[in-house]
Design a protein. Structure first.
Length: 57
């Protein structure tokens, strides 16, 4: 996995988690759902890059 893609995935996961927690803390389900979505995007990006690495080796 390239370092920049790994960093992007981790940033998406972290931002999504923070947004999800804040949304739940203030009782805003829309913000919490958006945070979960961003976190899932980061997870998918990470999985995609790991899959590409598996085929390289």
């Amino acid at each position: 996995m390239s370092a920049s893609e790994k960093a992007k995935a981790k940033a998406e996961q972290t931002a999504g988690n923070v947004e999800k927690v804040v949304g739940r803390a203030v009782g805003n389900e829309r913000v919490a759902a958006e945070g979960e979505s961003k976190e899932a995007e980061g997870d998918l990006r990470s999985a995609k890059e790991k899959g590409k690495d598996a085929f390289k080796n």
